[in-house]
Design a protein around this ligand. Sequence first.
Ligand code: ADP
Ligand code: MG
Length: 582
Amino acid sequence: MTYLLNNPADFAVDALRGYAAAHPEHVMLAHGGVVRSTDTPENQPALVIGGGSGHYPAFAGWVGPGLAHGAPCGNIFSSPSASQVYSVARSAENGGGVILGFGNYAGDVLHFGQAAEKLRAEGVDVRIIRVSDDIASGPAESHRDRRGIAGDLVVFKIAGAAIAAGADLDEAERVAWKANDATRSFGVAFDGCTLPGAGEALFHVPDGEMAIGLGIHGEPGIREVPMGTAAEVADLLLNGVLEEEPEQSDGAYSGRVAVVLNGLGTVKYEELFVVYGRVAERLAEKGLTVVAPEVGEHVTSLNMAGLSLSIVFLDDELEELWLAPADTPAFRRAAAGLPAGPPRTAVHTPGEDRIPEASGESRDSAARIVQVLEMLRDTAAEHEEHFGRLDAVAGDGDHGQGMAYGTRGAASAGSSAAAKGAGARTVLLHAGDAWSEEAGGTSGALWGAALTAAGGVFDDERAVSAPDIVAALSAGIDAVVRLGGAQPGDKTMVDAALPFRDALAAEFDSSADVAGAVKKAAAVAREAAEATADITSRRGRSRILGEKSLGTPDPGAYSFSVLMDALGTFLASSPDGTPEQP
Ligand code: ADP
Ligand code: MG
């Protein structure tokens, strides 16, 4: 469907006018098309490319330095008229002759041909390049009789680069044909496209099938096969184009290829990348080297659901031209020489940070922290179903899973850091990262931040003391408040955590018994968590169903109180760091 239009009959013209208005640095309107907004240098061949509209970025999007000089634009899916081609060519020509480039379709052949006749009659040297990359449209023996699809980009890019590098008309014509002869494309469609204003698509592909060998003018495929996975589609297309891989030989094609994975209109870029991942893997397995792949929409077919894969079997000359700079509204390649720096040799990988030196004392504390994390993991696992049920009332039901995954990740990251000699601070920092990574969700991010802040209170030198534990718990809770921005009464874990923090400080001040203080504060937290049943949610996911949460405690507040209670029990059972054996 095309949703936005004024009058269907004016769609192509309106689009072109808006395009020119959007890119005044590159193009200006001519009769029936656009030309570069700068004059063609004297005696430089003018590359004039085109076809129907509905294929953007092809063809108007490719007008600019390093690529085309002008583009006549026909109506949707129909060739520009001879007079449109002529006007654009006349505007662009400046003594160097003209190359008319278009996909090999009957209408284009006629209209461009007729314009060529007229230009020639006026003494202009004109060469014609009919792009014919689509392997589905004819046998390999008559490659130049096939129809043109996404190979348009390759052929015009290479011809434009040659012209920018100083090629004359003969030379530009020669490399354009060479590029065409080195390019093979193959496509599939999942559904047809709809002309602007039309109520029905030009064709449909039956559910569960895909059409092989699509055209770009709403031509259905040549046959239908069962729908495949992204990898199967990638294999299908790649196997097709590689069937015509030429022999490798020195000085000619030596296993280096340009690749264009082209979306036809409604295939998402992410989907294209999923397919491309497989294409890249397969090409690497075959020992082929990919040069500057293009993955995206290049030659579209209105809202056609489909994609095509083009491979260009490069030699040195084609490779250099493929890589040459270009500056057009829809296709840009930076000139070499922009500061890029040396190739990167490493990227950050979680868990592989250098472990800072730690003292024996701090490592002993770290070992105990790992025990705490493992205890939290077991506690969360035990309560997973209950936490999930609480979250299902007004949230999305994943709180049990989030807590189970988060604590599991934290315990395992903490233990592997400790095994590498990490001290108390580092173990908690690793655990915090892993918690938020593994848990996902809001509470995961908040717990991760809490562990990180708590770790910041410790260091890798000293043993963790009782006052350190109190300070770390308090710092963790402050981080949750800071990061989450929840106020008391919003019905979040803050409603349990703040009373916990205050009770802990008061109890510890008077008793100096950290385990007892945690245990008592946890009881306060539990009561506060239960009390959240009486309020409606104003934060987080469940705010949307706030009213529904009445009568049920906040899952995050509740799980907080459960974990803190377990912490109190743990600390009481192992006051000197050796947990009681069951
Ligand atoms: P998600 O909401 O992404 O599904 P969970 O289900 O794991 O994440 O956690 C939900 C809990 O997260 C809530 O019950 C609440 O306690 C807590 N929460 C959500 N937003 C905040 C916030 N801004 N501050 C503190 N806690 C929050
Ligand atoms: Mg949830």
